[in-house]
Design a protein around this ligand. Structure first.
Ligand SMILES: C[S@@+](CC[C@H](N)C(=O)[O-])C[C@H]1O[C@@H](n2cnc3c(N)ncnc32)[C@H](O)[C@@H]1O
Length: 280
């Protein structure tokens, strides 16, 4: 078997399979970890007083719900996601919290949204997985009202986010079949290249594209680190299919590699991201 990241047309399968199940199982941990990024996006969304917002690749729904709560009925929120397990969790959460949010399970690249129906489109880490990002941005452009804004947060490259690949580097000798990261292919770091990130919305029909690097401090309790490594990313997915002995050996090898990120009972790292904005 070659060391390959799942092919672009495999993203739907990934997010409906192990990838989506891992995010559902880790939802509380990820919500806390990425809350500072959610806060940035939601604060910026609220400031434009939107009437109808689309949250692209909304996952288990945290950002959509947070924004709906902040808008308090002054704006409608819709989340779209390709993953059945994740959108099901999002629906459950909205129902439990009694928040009026609409969730659509669909491929945002091709779904026939009502034309010109959203005046703001947001995403936290939900736009790097499209088979064809230009086609996706063109489809979202058709869903955008005249003058609507998009505000997406996406990861910069792996080199600027060493925390994110610490586990796979440390586990590589024990898990030789781990997928490699292929530049520009659909996946976590597909939007690493700033010029490419600018061209994608431009070629999708958006204008006034602005891209700013943001470095957002993220934390989790030290006690959550093993759970994080065991459930998430390429190593987490591999460990879910491994036997107990292999899992124990990998955790023993990986855990010390995170020592530089542990301070005072907390794991701390900066998420190196782009904030991308554009206008319809
Ligand atoms: C890294 S997760 C982020 C989830 C969520 N935005 C958050 O921050 O918690 C990426 C999400 O994008 C979704 N996704 C991937 N490809 C998609 C597509 N073509 N259309 C809609 N959603 C997609 C995945 O199912 C997943 O929920």
């Amino acid at each position: 078997m070659s060391r390959q990241e799942p092919k672009s047309n495999e993203q739907g399968a990934l997010w409906n399979g192990l990838g989506g199940q891992s995010w559902v199982a880790s939802q509380d941990l990820l919500d806390d970890l990425f809350r500072p990024i959610e806060d940035l996006l939601v604060d910026s969304a609220v400031s434009v007083k939107p009437h109808h917002v689309l949250d692209v690749g909304c996952g288990t729904g945290s950002t959509t719900i947070a924004l709906a709560l902040r808008l308090g009925g002054s704006g409608a929120c819709t989340g779209v996601d390709i993953s059945e397990p994740m959108i099901s969790r999002a629906r459950e959460r909205a129902s439990l919290e009694d928040v009026a949010v609409t969730y659509v399970r669909a491929d945002a690249q091709t779904y026939p949204f009502d034309r010109a129906s959203f005046d703001l489109l947001i995403s936290r880490f939900g736009v790097m997985f499209f088979d064809d990002p230009v086609e996706a941005l063109a489809n979202l452009r058709r869903a955008a009202a005249p003058g609507a804004a998009v505000r997406f947060i996406a990861w910069r490259g792996a080199a600027e986010n060493p925390f994110m690949t610490t586990a796979e580097h440390a586990a590589a000798p024990l898990l030789p079949q781990l997928p490699s990261r292929r530049p520009n292919e659909p996946g976590q770091f597909a939007f690493a290249d700033r010029d490419r990130v600018r061209e994608i919305p431009q070629n999708g029909g958006w204008h006034a594209v602005g891209i700013e690097p943001i470095d957002v401090p993220c934390t989790m309790p030290e006690g959550a680190l093993v759970r994080y490594v065991s459930q998430l990313g390429p190593v987490g997915r591999a460990l879910q299919q491994a036997d107990d002995e292999c899992r124990a050996r990998v955790i023993a090898a990986v855990r010390p590699a995170f020592t530089p990120y542990v301070l005072g009972g907390e794991v701390r790292f900066a998420a190196a991201c782009w904030m991308m904005e554009a206008r319809a």
